[in-house]
Design a protein around this ligand. Structure first.
Ligand SMILES: *Cc1c(COP(=O)(O)O)cnc(C)c1O
Length: 359
């Protein structure tokens, strides 16, 4: 604790992102980045945007991006909240929607760990709701609560399990808690789950969060957005404009719009990732791993006979990075991003060797 710090800084536990190694030629399957690059049209838009026009501030409303998202999902532009990566949108959501004194925010015990970090930052009590033994979210656990919570948040598909709830189950949770925001973080939704955006009209308390970092292969640009009722987005924009009027730079806006418009490229790349996920799952199972059913661009797998931390470090020695969480219930799992077929083959060959060695 420095005497220059504000009091609350001493109590923060910052989120730890997966490693971004400086060494090249590693096989990087640890942060769920896309194995293929962004749409060539997005790259062209960035090149085109690199001009004298950068002396001017970007559009504070990111209007063209809000319009593109609104078009794509059939909602109004006023229902779209843009942000510098979905993590920033999430920060504004916590700040604007979840600060209700002592009322706790409900979230699964196993989910995106950044939610707990934001709870600390914004002084929001968190109540962790255990996942079922099969690692699924049980909607019943979020219904019939004695006191209204501050809100509910979960990722769908969930991270790091990759498992998804159906829309009927999300609707049950939202309808059971009509007076609080129910936030569905859909960072991985494009890899096989259905978006809850269509529920917003019936359930105006639902907030859906999307990112360009995963399925649009633009993690390096930092673009995300939320979709919600106009009323909720208005509150989020108030917070945004009290923090940073220009969260998205001109190049990011141009790239995101172009990526969104290039539907063919998006579909082709998504298909390749889905095919590789099936291949990776089969291979891991043949080595003896149990693999949770994934609707994301990663799989969550454990080997009954081998310690996950040791496997992760064995892989690392061979230049392959995967994610291992030192957390209760999941410390025997590896989270493995679906890479190119070649990367996945190298991974599986290495795991096959590591699991053949006696321990
Ligand atoms: C990757 C991820 C994010 C963050 O996405 P950015 O847009 O890169 O900030 C948010 N939520 C979940 C569940 C994620 O996996």
């Amino acid at each position: 604790m420095s005497r220059f710090w504000s009091q609350h800084v001493a109590g923060l536990t910052p989120y730890t992102p997966g490693e971004q190694p400086k060494i090249e030629r590693l096989i990087k399957l640890n942060t769920n980045e896309h194995p293929y690059g962004p749409s060539p049209r997005a790259l062209e838009a960035i090149r085109h945007g690199a001009s004298d026009a950068l002396r001017l501030y970007p559009d504070p409303e990111s209007t063209v991006l809000r319009n593109a998202v609104a078009d794509y999902y059939g909602v109004a532009p006023e229902q779209v909240m843009p942000g510098n990566g979905s993590d920033e949108v999430l920060a504004h959501v916590f700040n604007a929607l979840f600060r209700h004194g002592d009322r706790p925010l409900l979230m699964p015990d196993i989910t995106y760990s950044f939610y707990k970090t934001y709870c600390k930052l914004f002084d929001i009590p968190a109540r962790l709701v255990p996942l079922a033994d099969d690692f699924s979210i049980r909607p019943e656990d979020y219904l019939g609560l004695e006191e209204p919570p501050a809100g509910i948040i979960f990722a769908n598909p969930n991270a790091p399990t990759g498992m998804a709830l159906g829309l009927d189950q999300i609707e049950r949770i939202a309808r059971g808690n009509p007076d609080v925001a129910v936030v569905v973080d859909e960072a991985y939704v494009d890899f096989g789950a259905r978006t809850a955006i269509s529920l917003i009209e019936r359930c105006p308390n639902i907030v859906v969060i999307h990112t360009f970092s995963k399925s649009r292969a633009l993690a390096g640009m930092r673009v995300g957005y939320g979709v919600a009722s106009r009323e909720i987005v208005e509150g989020l924009l108030r917070v945004k404009d009290s923090f940073n009027s220009y969260p998205l730079d001109k190049l990011a806006i141009a790239a995101a719009v172009a990526a969104m418009e290039d539907r063919d490229y998006f579909q082709a790349c998504t298909q390749k990732v889905l095919q590789t996920r099936e291949y990776l799952t089969r291979e891991l199972e043949s080595i003896g791993f149990q693999v949770l059913p994934s609707k994301a661009n990663f799989v969550f797998a454990r080997h009954p006979g081998h310690d996950a931390a040791r496997l992760a470090s064995g892989l690392r020695e061979q230049g392959i990075l995967v994610r291992h969480f030192q957390a209760p219930r999941i410390d025997q799992f590896l989270r493995i991003t679906v890479g190119t077929p070649e990367d996945c083959e190298r991974l599986c060959n290495t795991l096959s060797e590591l699991t053949r060695q006696t321990h």
